[in-house]
Design a protein around this ligand. Structure first.
Ligand code: PEP
Length: 252
């Protein structure tokens, strides 16, 4: 079952980070060394830093991912970046459907699905984000909303190897608010059930990350919940000390 899934702790730097921020990445790489951190580790910096960061981490335990991509491979799309371009500079994975993209850029489930397919087309993995708003949770619709998002955002052909799901309640992102452990367990079990329903038993190996105000202090409890196979971390991934503190939930 999902307990045998190797966890992933991924950091989403959002629109933060310049060349000098490599210091934090370097500290993460130095601290992790070559010993097994107990989970997979990824940093998703702004696209401007992907190539540079990839050269810093080399073949070490930190993977470099991207935060978004265009659905097309190339063409007249000023300002956009394709999955192939991200692969070219060393990204292994692309986050798609983050709630900030859904809210601020009008991305729908079908856009998210097309972006996940674009990631695969370029030979990369996709982290597909989903999550309910506070109003939707208050109205008792969280499970339905997330189930519907997954059904509409997950492309045909999704496997545990090419796709990870990240459950991120919108109201928990960057707010310091975290759902109760029971709510996390209920939602992750619901997501697991939905995935098994869509793609069959292979879904038991698909990672389901929790994201939303994960910190070193709450990571051990959150990461021990059944069907939580790691974390998508925003703010706390910017500082090596905090991010390493979260990863420590897997190697204590
Ligand atoms: C995120 O934006 O993916 C996120 C989880 O942010 P934070 O950890 O800052 O809540």
């Amino acid at each position: 079952m999902s307990d045998s899934v190797r966890a992933l702790v991924a950091g989403n730097w959002k629109m933060n980070g310049v060349i000098a921020s490599a210091e934090e990445l370097q500290q993460m790489a130095t601290d992790l060394g070559s010993a097994d951190p107990g989970c997979e580790v990824m940093i998703c910096p702004p696209s401007t830093l992907i190539g540079f960061f990839q050269r810093i981490v080399g073949d070490g335990p930190i993977e470099i991912g991207a935060q978004d991509c265009h659905v097309n491979e190339k063409g007249a799309h000023t300002g956009d970046i394709s999955a192939e371009m991200l692969a070219d500079v060393g990204a292994t994975t692309i986050i798609v459907g983050h709630s900030e993209r859904r809210q601020n850029h009008g991305e729908t489930d079908s856009t998210v699905k097309a972006k996940a397919e674009a990631a695969w087309r370029a030979g990369l993995k996709a982290i597909i984000c989903c999550g309910e708003s506070d109003d939707q949770r208050e109205a008792g619709r969280a499970l339905d909303i997330v189930g519907t998002q997954i059904r509409a955002s997950l492309p045909e052909g999704a496997t545990a190897e090419n796709t990870t799901i990240a459950y991120e309640p919108i109201w928990a992102i960057g707010t310091g608010k975290v759902p109760t452990i029971d709510d996390v367990a209920e939602m992750h079990a619901h997501i697991r059930g939905t995935l098994v329903d869509i793609i069959g038993d292979g879904a038991n190996k698909m990672r389901i990350l929790y994201g939303g105000s994960v910190k070193p202090g709450n990571a051990p409890e959150l990461m021990s919940v059944e069907n939580v196979n790691g974390a998508l971390v925003g703010g706390a991934s910017l500082k090596a000390e905090d991010f390493l503190g979260i990863i420590a939930a897997y190697n204590r």
